[in-house]
Design a protein around this ligand. Sequence first.
Ligand code: NAI
Length: 331
Amino acid sequence: AKDPVRVLVTGAAGQIGYALVPMIARGIMLGPDQPVILHMLDIPPAAEALNGVKMELVDAAFPLLKGVVATTDVVEGCTGVSIAVMVGGFPRKEGMERKDVMTKNVSIYKSQASALENHAAPNCKVLVVANPANTNALILKEYAPSIPAKNITCLTRLDHNRALGQISERLNVQVSDVKNVIIWGNHSSTQYPDVNHATVKTPSGEKSVRELVQDDQWLTSEFITTVQQRGAAIIKARKLSSALSAASSACDHIHDWVLGTPEGTWVSMGVYSDGSYDVPPGLIYSFPVTCRDGEWSIVQGLSIDEYSRKKLDLSAEELSEEKALAYSCLT
Ligand code: NAI
């Protein structure tokens, strides 16, 4: 039998945490033969609720779950973890300035970076979910210099999955037959959902999404805005932000990173830019990636038309501004 892997979830008493921890304990994230020890971290005001989640994990009697650490101590939370899913953060409240929210999150991610750097397992893989996800991940990277940059990522898989879902609904095909959409850029409304290389498996072979949709107008307007604004649409409908889809996509992200992407398939991940596709190095930016042996690599050589180029650049500009704002908040 395999040794258990310690998986940290920060913000574990929150909405996404509540959906995510049972998925991890059931083997959705790391596979049905991988035992896990869950580390759940939250802040003192949420300690009682966190303990309630721990009680429910015990009650669910998950065969793969070999232990639960529920804590408000960041060092205890980070000790020995090989996977860290960072869901905890400070939400923007009505009337708050962007800079004030950024200051709170920068300070959270700075201190959690040090705890991971000093106490996590070597080669720990980090996924930042909490917004602003790309910039929180960048701050974490800056303050955990001994963790390799390639181990620090942010979640855009939810946007990726939303794009697959929209194509599947539009074409009335199974979502599992659609692949290779791309989310470029920031996990924000400037992200660019790109279908130029996406395909659908049909009874008569693989066909391009562009060819099948036959409506460029839909692809360049409604499709893009639906994916970009899906988060807001969920809030409007549920009066709460996406949680089950965010949790499920976080599992997909780690699952594919650790266990690999299927041959011929790529996924979207926010990763540290190496300058591919002329995206400025030094930003955490969402790219198409394939994963093998626990490492991602950016898919190279895809053609980028003029329309797409502008969208890639626009999101990079927004991320550069966020980075500058984050740095101005560092104390
Ligand atoms: P929530 O407010 O229900 O839960 C957040 C939890 O984080 C709370 O329990 C809170 O006490 C905790 N927390 C706050 N500061 C903390 C700290 N310093 N250390 C540990 N825990 C801390 O929020 P929800 O709905 O679970 O969302 C979490 C985050 O995920 C939000 O920032 C949200 O914007 C983001 N999100 C990102 C998505 C993505 O695709 N990247 C999708 C959906 C949400």
